[in-house]
Design a protein around this ligand. Structure first.
Ligand code: ADP
Length: 300
């Protein structure tokens, strides 16, 4: 099983010709509300990619809470670890201008109320082979969850911690000590290491954690391990329509591949195929591919 301890946000997306200036009111072209948040996205991606997935997180007692739960459950994610807390759900208020430029305000809401894993979460993480983490929850909650998995990693059944360090902020040593694989994009890798060149950043990351993947958008992904393995997996050429959540799809699929015992090369190929399929369609969770489509692309 794969546990995801992370954020769930309702993305409220307004499509406009040009974003309004302060004090200005404009009429938008279209509006969509789409379940998102890095945690929920990775959970849905992993479930669609064939994983048995439990999402551990929080939604508010507002109108968005049930919608967020339903999106996870609809993808086959176990939502018994989702709590409802008083107040609003997490929301991302997104304005997309013609041409694709966007501006985003994330209000953490219920995600900010997660101070750490509950006893039930600890039990679920203890039964998992992988724990997916991101940084859209309070840092102390992420650290506690990672340490919980790290504490049992010595046992044969321990959960491997796979961290997407987004949004990029300095990482506490306690967190790094528990991480098995870190999966930043190029920008996050540069912020974390101070190295703009992704190959240099990969080497710097390997001084912090045993394995690292730096995703490079349409240029693919780099993989390195302290055992000395270095790989570059090119992206699958596709016509990109919307790259939102490509990284989350990649991380979710990578977790599935690793829990199925695939080695680095095959796991990277599987994750790249899933991410490529996701960029061919609009939306975040709505664009994530199902297992048969990923397998077909990997085979071709
Ligand atoms: P993020 O979404 O976190 O910024 P990236 O943009 O690096 O992450 O994308 C993650 C992965 O998604 C890449 O490593 C690649 O495998 C895949 N991907 C992203 N953009 C494209 C694209 N235009 N064509 C094919 N694959 C892509």
């Amino acid at each position: 099983m794969i546990s995801v301890f992370g954020s769930a946000n309702m993305d409220l997306v307004a499509y406009v010709a040009q974003a309004p200036k302060p004090g200005e009111t404009i009429t938008g072209r279209a509006f969509r509300s789409i379940p998102g948040g890095k945690g929920a996205n990775q959970a849905i991606a992993a479930a669609r990619a064939g994983g048995r997935v439990a999402f551990l997180g929080a939604v508010g007692d507002d109108a968005f809470g049930p919608g967020l739960r339903a999106a996870l459950a609809g993808a086959g994610v176990d939502t018994s670890g989702v709590r409802t807390v008083p107040g609003p759900s997490g929301v991302a208020h997104i304005v997309v201008q013609d041409g694709g430029d966007n501006s985003i305000i994330v209000v953490p809401g219920a995600n900010g109320a997660l101070t750490g894993p509950s006893a039930e979460d600890a039990e679920t993480i203890g039964r998992s082979r992988a724990l997916l983490l991101q940084l859209e929850l309070p840092m102390e909650a992420v650290v506690d969850a990672a340490c919980l998995a790290g504490a049992v990693t010595g046992a044969a059944t321990g959960a491997e911690v796979i961290l997407t360090p987004a949004p990029a902020v300095p990482l506490p040593a306690e967190l790094l000590a528990a991480v098995g694989v870190i999966v930043p994009n190029e920008h996050e890798a540069a912020v974390l290491t101070g190295r703009d060149d992704p190959c240099d950043a990969l080497e710097a990351l390997l001084e912090l954690v045993p394995e690292a993947v730096v995703t490079l958008g349409a240029r693919g992904a780099l993989y390195g391990s302290r055992d000395g393995v270095r790989l570059h997996e090119p992206a699958v050429p596709v016509r990109a329509v919307d790259t939102t959540a490509a990284g989350d799809t990649f991380a979710g699929a990578l977790a599935v591949a690793r829990t199925e015992g695939l080695g680095p090369e095959r796991a990277l190929r599987f994750a790249s195929a899933a991410a490529a399929l996701s960029v061919r369609r609009e939306g975040a969770s709505t664009s994530m591919p199902h297992r048969p489509d990923i397998d077909r692309l990997v085979r071709d």
